[in-house]
Design a protein around this ligand. Structure first.
Ligand code: GTP
Ligand code: MG
Length: 194
């Protein structure tokens, strides 16, 4: 029987300095509405652990979750939501960049890319920035259920290419249909145990 991630909400923080120390941490980042919070709920097999909304920009703080062994997962606020002001966008960037470069506990940054939409300009910029900063990341394509099965093979190839990766390097999931979620849960456990 595959085991869900036994995530427990600890706290929300608006700054790296407000986060408690952790033995190892995985962060979930990606554009607003890509499915970050839904994926965390699917990984934990809990419906209301992280807040999901049809309104983009629902998650505005760093939300810290803890596993029984004390390792942690952080749900980050999304980017690319057009309706937020310029100053809010600058604030987001400062908070996220400060967190991603300053959080020494980070063992992997999960970059979620919408499987239906493909990588946006901001997704590509983030990936380039992560590479330039030499930060450890993995690309997760979400909403697998929304891609018609006849288009999937081509989409998988194109999405990976758009991210500068090989097809086999992208992990595909559907939180709605529970595709690839158990495998990703195991992968996260492995990253946190390394
Ligand atoms: N069909 C389908 N819809 C999904 C899936 N995952 C998420 N969604 C939907 O996408 C929308 C956004 O999901 P969230 O999990 O709130 O996205 P988020 O990345 O946390 O968004 P922010 O907190 O705004 O950054 C919701 O309407 C979800 O129900 C999926 O696997 N399949
Ligand atoms: Mg969210």
């Amino acid at each position: 029987m595959p085991q869900p991630l036994q995530l427990r909400f600890v706290k929300s923080a608006d700054d790296l300095s407000a986060l408690p120390p952790s033995p190892a941490e995985v962060a979930v980042v990606g554009r607003s509405n890509v499915g970050k919070s839904s994926l965390l709920n699917a990984l934990a097999r809990r419906n209301k652990l992280a807040h999901v909304s049809k309104t983009p920009g629902r998650t505005q703080l760093l939300n810290l979750f803890e596993l029984p062994d004390g390792t942690t997962v952080v749900d980050c606020p999304g980017y690319g939501y057009a309706a937020v002001s310029k100053s809010m966008r600058a604030g987001w960037q400062q908070m996220i960049e400060g967190y991603l470069t300053g959080r020494e506990e980070l063992v992997k940054i999960l970059v979620l890319v919408d499987g239906e939409v493909g990588p946006t300009k901001l997704d590509v910029q983030l990936l380039e920035w992560l590479r330039a900063e030499d930060l450890p990341y993995a690309v997760i394509a979400t909403k697998h259920d929304k891609v018609k099965s006849s288009l999937r093979e081509k989409r998988k190839k194109d999405l990976a290419a758009g991210c500068g990766l090989d097809k086999g390097e992208v992990i595909w999931v559907s939180a709605a249909k529970n595709v690839g979620v158990d495998r990703l849960a195991d992968q996260i456990r492995n990253w946190l145990a390394e």
